[in-house]
Design a protein around this ligand. Structure first.
Ligand code: FES
Length: 405
């Protein structure tokens, strides 16, 4: 910024006023029906985008990477592929039978792959691991092929590197498909678009289950000053001479400067519990630990404070939707959001873990359980009876009001 001196500077705004008056005087009398700035903002940061699957790559026996491009079904003016930060997720919305479901998936491609391809073919990728018996991933496996049209949200989430808040080194502690946001960060770092160092400590049962194994070996080989890759195998494997067991405090200490790093955790529910305990043992302050929060808790009964009296119970839920009332039944093991979806009731949602607030609804009667880790409600919401169905489990019969989706 050029500072010209106090009086010169304060003349700036008054000049603007004069210029504006002049423009208004000479403006066309025709009413302005379009706001180009808002339209551009909506195009770059749309609420929803229509995507087409461009390619599908089998990355391990149980995981695939889906590449999406902008659908050409909705014309030139349709929203563009969303701009995002490495580490964020997009949420897909689709119908399975009678149910409308949403699923958030971390973006595994890098932001520069959207920005630098703007004039060519920008794309975004997500990498999904198939869960045995997983209702949604099995559907995706069967139905998502090149050419499939999918609706998605803009990018969401707070799980990204912020230089003003985070240390220069990101220590990524990942398990399973929790590696995907770090793949995005690593690509961005190796491309010189993100100024940080990344140490990835990645746990898996077997080597064949490692996602992006070869990519991370290459990232490290080509950028040894920026990327360090530490795979950790928990299963026994012949010829493996790397780290074994779980991601313990000893392994973390061995490869990182614990006092000058920010720790990012992403992986299955059991891993969070274990790794957070290890970080606690290392006395890492809470402000230097960041955890990805998307997805429901797969086993809510494993929470220590879940009431025993509510386990294995079914409850009725009276759902007010506008002027209609629908009665449904829900198990205490499923979130209220899942119960709504199972019954074909649409409710807005993105993160499915209590963070984004998109599913915010009103609890008129009854009791819910919300795990402390996924309780993203504001204090005022708790007082005035608002809740997040995605992270709330019925522990009595309920009466709720949801918004029309
Ligand atoms: S979907 Fe994000 S808070 Fe419920």
């Amino acid at each position: 910024m050029k500072v010209k001196g106090f009086f010169e500077d304060i003349k700036g705004p008054s000049n603007i006023l004069e210029i504006r008056k002049e423009k208004i005087k000479n403006a066309s009398p025709k009413p302005v029906t379009k706001d180009p700035i808002n339209e551009l903002a909506k195009k770059i940061h749309p609420d929803k985008v229509y995507l087409t699957i461009d390619s599908v790559e089998q990355t391990t026996a149980t995981s695939r990477t889906y590449r999406f491009v902008k659908s050409n079904k909705y014309g030139e003016d349709a929203p563009e592929i969303p701009i995002f930060q490495a580490g964020q997720y997009i949420s897909f919305k689709f119908q399975i039978g009678e149910s409308w479901v949403t699923r958030p998936y971390s973006i595994s491609s890098a932001p520069y792959q959207v920005l630098e391809n703007r004039s060519k073919k920008p794309f975004v990728e997500v990498s999904i691991r198939k869960k045995d018996g997983g209702f949604v991933t099995e559907y995706i496996w069967e139905n998502w092929k090149p050419g499939t049209e999918v609706m998605a949200s803009m990018a969401h989430g707070q799980f990204y590197y912020e230089p003003l808040r985070d240390a220069d080194t990101i220590v990524a502690l990942a398990g399973g498909s929790g590696i995907t946001p770090f793949h995005s960060m690593a690509r961005e770092i190796c491309n010189g678009k993100l100024e940080a160092k990344l140490i990835l400590i990645y746990g898996s049962n077997f080597k064949k289950e490692f996602m992006f194994y070869k990519e991370f070996i290459d990232f490290e080989k080509n950028h040894p000053d920026k990327i360090k890759f530490v795979p950790v195998l928990s299963g026994e494997e012949k010829g493996w001479d790397g780290e074994t067991g779980f991601i313990t405090k000893d392994i973390i200490k061995k490869y990182t400067d614990i006092n000058n790093s920010t720790f990012f955790i992403c992986g299955p529910q059991v891993m969070y519990k274990f790794v957070e305990k290890e970080l606690n043992n290392l006395k890492i302050p809470r402000k230097r630990i960041r955890r990805e929060v998307f997805g429901e808790m797969p086993d809510i009964y494993s929470m220590d404070d879940f009431p025993n009296s509510a386990k294995n119970k079914k409850y009725s839920i009276k759902v007010h939707i506008g002027k209609n009332i629908v009665d449904i039944e829900a198990s205490s093991s499923e979130s209220v959001l899942v119960a709504l979806e199972r019954n074909g009731i649409k409710n807005d949602s993105h993160c499915r873990s209590g963070e984004c607030g998109f599913c915010r609804s009103q609890l008129l009667k009854g009791e819910i359980y919300v795990s402390p880790e996924n309780d993203g409600r504001r204090e005022a919401d708790k007082i005035y009876g608002y809740f997040h169905p995605c992270s709330s489990y019925p522990i009595s019969s309920l009466e709720i009001r949801i918004s029309l989706a």
